[in-house]
Structure formats: C-alpha cells, structure tokens
Write a protein that binds this ligand. Structure first.
Ligand code: ATP
Ligand code: LTN
Length: 352
C-alpha cells in the first residue's frame, strides 16, 4: 500500500494508459543512453539497443545520446557532431520507434548538468574514484579530466531526473547505476522523497560481447584494433572477414565455457543474442560442426541482421525525421527536468 501511495504521489511523471473507465495502468519508466564516440558496435546493439527495441510499447521509454559524457575524453569536434546524427539515425534504423520512445540529445537539456552539480555536492570523492571504468580510463591518459571522474554523477542525473524504474545497460555500467541508486537514497533521506530509486536491467546472454581478436576484453567503440570490433555500418565483406578470423582455441568443440574458451563462447553469445536460441540449443545444433562452419553461420546471422539496419539507416540519415524527433524529445524532457530542478533547488535552499 505504501508503494502504491508513492506511485500516485509522482503520478504526473508516469505515463497512464486508460484500460477502461475507472481503471488505469501505470507504465514503468526505462531510460538508457549511448555515447556518440564512434559508429556503434555489435556489443552496443546487443547490450543496449536491442533491449530497448524488445521493451518498446511496454514501458514509458527514454532514449538519449550521451554527448556530454562523450567529451569526458578528448574528441574531434567534426567527428563528434557527425557521430551524433549518425547515432540517432542508427537508433531508428535498429528498430527504435520514435512514436514509442522519447529520444533526445543530452546537451540540449541544460538541466542535466545543473542537476548533476547538485548531486555532485551530495556524492563522495571516495565513491566516484573507486568506479572501475574511471580507474581503467584514467590509466589511458595521465592528464584525464575532472569530468571523467564525475561522469557517473552526470549519469545519475540522467536517470534520476525522470524517476526512472529500469536502466537497461551492459554489465560494465551496472556499477554506475548502483551509484545512482546510492545517490538517490542519500538525497531522499536528506531532502525528502525526491527521486525514484532505479534498478539496472542487464541482458541475459549477450551481457557482454567481447572483442573478436581479444576475447578477454569487451568489444568497444573506441577500441584501437578495428579487427576485433564489428561496427553496425561495416560492409558485408568486412563483417565476414572479422568473424572468420576471430580468435578461438586449439580444440574443436563448440561449447560455452567463457573461462577456458573465451573466443568461441563469445561467438556463441552473439549467435544466441541474434537468433534467440539458448546456449544449450546452440551447443546441440553445432555439436557435429567445426569452427569454420560455425563461424560462417555466425557471420550469416550478423550480416543478415545488419544489412536490414544499414538499408534503413541510409534512407533516413539526411531526412527531416531526425530533427523532428530530437525537437520533440528536447521539448518534452526540458519540461520534466525543469520541474525536478526547481524542486531540488527549493529543497536544498538555493532560491530567493
Ligand atoms: P566507448 O568505447 O566509447 O567506451 P562503448 O562501446 O564501450 O564505448 P558505451 O557508449 O560506453 O559503449 O555503451 C553504450 C551501451 O552499450 C551501454 O549500455 C553499455 O553497457 C553497452 N555496451 C557497450 N559495449 C558492450 C559490449 N561489448 N557488450 C554488451 N554491451 C555493451
Ligand atoms: N555511461 C553510459 C551512457 C550513459 C547512460 C546514462 C546509460 C550516460 N548516461 C544513463 C544509461 C543511463 C555509457 O557509457 N554506456
């Protein structure tokens, strides 16, 4: 009953569907964002976008481009702006229906950074400095920015502004969502019931797609080695070549064993995520096959899925649709965020 009361207290922030007179169904809210740091990878597609496609219509969904997160590390400005447009087109080409999601550009909503500051002042240095991603990324450049350190707090703002229930992310982002929870709980304790406390939603099989050449590390947009990364806009020949030359092992069995057979397990994971077959079903299907045959099947599946996405992508890249979608998203999210911002300012006491 207490939980129900809380939902109704925040009712203006929920999407309500009338089922029949006198009854309503409150949709849970989901939100996720991707950084426009390069053409997105098969890992991003499986770990983040596909989940959002599967969830569409069932949740009140927010999907954004985390361009302010992208500048926590050096970026080329021309490339960055190209990547932003490309990413919106890719979202839609991957099956994201703009009618069913609020799609926006983080930097166009000025409240994200403002709210992030108020959250930063309620976050401990010890909390952000122990984030695994910060430790990894700060090792790569001795002159790392302060933004790289406070990155997870901006991420908490992205989530908490909209009272999000679920945050679909790859497992690498779980720690950041947990920090957002901690910040929300602390803020609520100090200032009253302001934020919903979100949960991370991690995919089952394709949780983490690994680099094809170095299957001990995740497939990443900003990876230096192109050979291990499948990008959604790679052409067919390139995709096939990358998969056929993926690192495997000296055995011949197609068995899911990430510890001892990381390369083949990664390919099984990809196959499972795209085909919908379970790991056991795949092991069974390919029990008589050799690695070459299996790799070819994986390549066929990936090429089939990506060719549909690419066709749509080139159709919409230069259309007005993208600006219309972003304008709508900006207007809607500005209104929600302004309300949260004013509430926070009042509770904190920074007002006249
Ligand atoms: P960068 O190389 O710039 O850090 P990235 O490829 O790691 O980028 P992000 O923009 O950080 O990708 O992540 C976008 C989303 O995709 C996040 O939810 C993240 O968890 C998910 N994701 C990224 N890489 C993978 C992967 N290899 N497998 C599964 N999910 C992934
Ligand atoms: N940090 C995330 C992108 C991101 C995000 C978010 C994801 C920024 N804000 C809020 C989910 C919710 C990343 O690099 N993948």
């Amino acid at each position: 009953m207490k939980g129900l009361k809380k939902i109704f207290k925040n009712i203006e922030n929920y999407c309500i569907i009338d089922l029949c007179e006198g009854m309503c169904f409150i949709m849970k809210k989901v939100l996720t964002g991707l950084q426009p740091t390069g053409v997105i990878t098969l890992g991003n597609y499986i770990g983040a976008i596909k989940q959002m496609v599967d969830m569409q219509g069932k949740y009140d969904s927010f999907l954004f481009i985390a361009d302010m997160h992208a500048i926590t590390v050096p970026q080329d400005s021309i490339e960055l702006s190209k990547n932003i447009r490309s990413l919106i087109a890719l979202y839609i080409a991957c099956g994201i229906d703009p009618e069913k999601h609020t799609i926006f550009l983080q930097s166009e909503n000025i409240y994200h950074a403002n709210i992030s500051w108020m959250l930063e002042c309620n976050t401990y240095y010890g909390e952000v400095s122990r984030m695994t991603q910060f430790k990894d990324k700060s090792k790569k450049n001795a002159n790392f920015s302060v933004g790289l350190l406070t990155y997870p707090v901006l991420m908490a703002a992205d989530i908490l502004i909209y009272d999000i229930d679920y945050v679909p992310v790859g497992v690498d982002q779980k720690q950041h969502v947990e920090l957002a929870r901690d910040i929300a709980i602390r803020f609520n304790k100090k200032y009253g019931d302001i934020f919903n406390v979100p949960d991370a939603l991690i995919t089952k099989s394709g949780t983490k797609i690994m680099d094809l050449q170095d299957p001990l590390h995740k497939m990443s947009k900003s990876s230096d080695n192109q050979k291990g990364v499948i990008r959604l806009l790679d052409d067919e020949k390139t995709i096939r070549k990358k998969i056929m030359s993926a690192t495997t092992d000296s055995e011949m069995s197609i068995v899911f064993d990430p510890e001892n057979k990381p390369g083949i397990s990664n390919l099984i994971n990809i196959y499972s995520s795209l085909s919908g077959l379970s790991l056991a079903e795949i092991e069974n299907k390919f029990k008589e096959s050799n690695y070459g045959t299996f790799k070819k099947e994986v390549a066929d599946l990936v090429v089939g899925e990506l060719s549909i996405i690419q066709k749509k992508y080139y159709e919409i890249l230069n259309s007005d649709l993208l600006d219309k979608v972003l304008d709508d998203g900006r207007n809607k999210t500005l209104a929600i965020a302004k309300e949260k911002y004013e509430l926070m300012k009042n509770k904190i006491g920074i007002h006249r």
